[in-house]
Design a protein around this ligand. Structure first.
Ligand code: NI
Length: 231
């Protein structure tokens, strides 16, 4: 086991060194080496895809599948919100539930740490938890839960139909799972962090194994690229 970890670390080190070299040789004239490195690193770890500017508010995936877009939900204070309430802001969006014993708390902690690592830049990023367990995750339950991770984390819930609609738009899988040894049910769900740009389009997907440093580098790279592109 330790041997596997050591080999993985060496491979990762080789990969990062390779990306550094790649950034060095391919960096643009207006790009610092650090920015080039962050952008190439994001390209490898952030699974970034070219996002066309076509309307609809979603990200166009290969095969014409769109990702993200409009929603109608309720925040942890009970206020009705839509995607328009977040227009002009960067969002990190995670779909999960407050009863989750492990993955969700880990990912929400990672998301919060990434925002803090961005420093003043991170203040332009709003973290969102959208529950996939609306039966138990009332606004009050979310209000109790979200401050444990980040002072600006917002929790969104809705009717089962509203949650199903936003989950469909973001291609989120979720299903109720009853374990025989537990009285409470759990939820199986896909676990990605979505970066949404100020125009409401999904810019990147971050996998569960990514560290706060990797996510912060990818988000910072996207924000600086957007500034350079004047959008
Ligand atoms: Ni979970």
């Amino acid at each position: 086991m330790l041997r596997i970890i050591r080999i993985s670390s060496l491979l990762l080190l080789a990969l990062v060194a390779g990306i550094w070299g790649y950034a060095w040789t391919t960096k643009g004239p207006n790009e610092t080496l650090g920015e080039a490195f962050a952008a190439r690193l994001a390209g490898v770890f952030g699974q970034e895809m070219a996002v066309p500017s076509a309307g609809g508010g979603g990200m166009q995936m290969p095969g014409g599948i769109s990702l993200g877009g409009a929603f109608e939900l309720v925040d942890q204070t009970g206020k009705a919100v839509t995607e328009r309430d977040y227009a002009g802001r960067w969002l990190l969006v995670y779909f999960g539930f407050t009863y989750c014993p492990d993955i969700c708390p880990t990912e929400l902690g990672t998301m919060a740490a990434a925002i803090d690592l961005l420093g003043p830049e991170g203040e332009a990023v709003t973290p969102l938890l959208i529950t996939i367990d609306p039966a138990r995750d009332t606004p009050a339950a979310l209000a109790d839960y979200v401050p444990r991770f980040h002072p600006r984390l917002q929790g969104l819930t809705g009717t089962p139909e509203q949650i199903a609609a936003v989950a469909r738009r973001y291609r989120v899988y979720y299903a109720r799972a009853q374990r025989p040894d537990m009285t409470d049910y759990l939820m199986d769900h896909s676990s990605f962090i979505y970066l949404v740009g100020p125009d409401g389009r999904v810019r990147s997907l971050f996998r569960p194994e990514m560290t706060p440093e990797q996510i912060a580098a990818a988000v910072g790279g996207q924000m600086r690229a957007a500034v350079r592109a004047g959008s």
